[in-house]
Design a protein around this ligand. Structure first.
Ligand code: GRF
Length: 209
């Protein structure tokens, strides 16, 4: 199979990006990360991408008059780099309609909770784990889903839950969930690039090899 070209979008430290890059290097995922796009000039992922010798583009919404031109600039980069799939690895901006339409069912996102619970606008990073902790839930987990024009609302590809009944803080929940993120996100990216996802309405089936 010809390796697919991936763009990784990230706004933070990039540990999921690193986990995916490691699985690509090990041969698990037939793809190559050609480009990292971040909206955040201070993101830790910039240095990580440099260490991995992956091109980085800082596309800062503050440099654009409106959201549409910001997303148009991202779409142009994707086309210039001949990108096949987009991986959202801790990216905090909503993906513009023009990108979702051009990359229909070829954009995947990871969320550190069991969607549809604890998701949506404003539910990212620590906010998610604080809400889960405050709810008294005994389990949390990870969701990987295809991306549409709403936050955390696309068809679910993979989920895995974790027991948090003994954990004493949102930070402990975050750490336990992050370990699972690094396991299931590369798995979901593999299915995506290998064309093994079958959509039936909002349900996603994975074609076994
Ligand atoms: C992860 O918790 C992920 O679930 C969420 O943002 C965080 C990104 O962490 N979307 P990292 O930058 O991959 O370490």
């Amino acid at each position: 199979m010809v390796p697919k070209n991936l763009a990784v979008f990230a706004s933070g430290r990039g540990s999921n990006f690193q986990a995916i890059s490691e699985k690509i290097s090990s041969g698990l995922i037939p793809a190559k990360v050609k480009l990292c796009i971040t909206n955040n000039p201070a993101a830790g992922v910039i240095e990580l991408a440099r260490q991995l010798k992956i091109a980085v583009k800082i596309i800062n919404p503050k440099d654009f008059p409106d959201t549409d031109s910001f997303n148009d600039a991202i779409l142009k980069e994707l086309q210039d780099w001949n990108i096949d799939f987009i991986i959202l690895a801790g990216y905090l901006k909503l993906i513009g309609r023009q990108i979702v339409e051009r990359y229909a069912n070829r954009i995947i996102n990871i969320h550190p909770a069991l969607l549809p619970a604890f998701g949506g606008k404003g539910m990212y990073g620590h906010h998610v784990h604080q809400a889960v902790f405050d709810s008294g839930a005994k389990i949390s987990g990870v969701t990987v889903h295809l991306v549409n024009t709403e936050y955390d609302a696309g068809p679910i590809v993979l989920q895995r839950c974790v027991d948090i009944s003994e954990l004493k803080s949102p930070e402990e929940i975050a750490a336990r969930v992050l370990k699972i993120e690094h396991e299931i996100f590369p798995e979901a990216v593999k299915y995506l690039v290998e064309g093994r996802l079958v959509l039936k309405g909002k349900r996603v089936d994975v074609i076994e090899k």
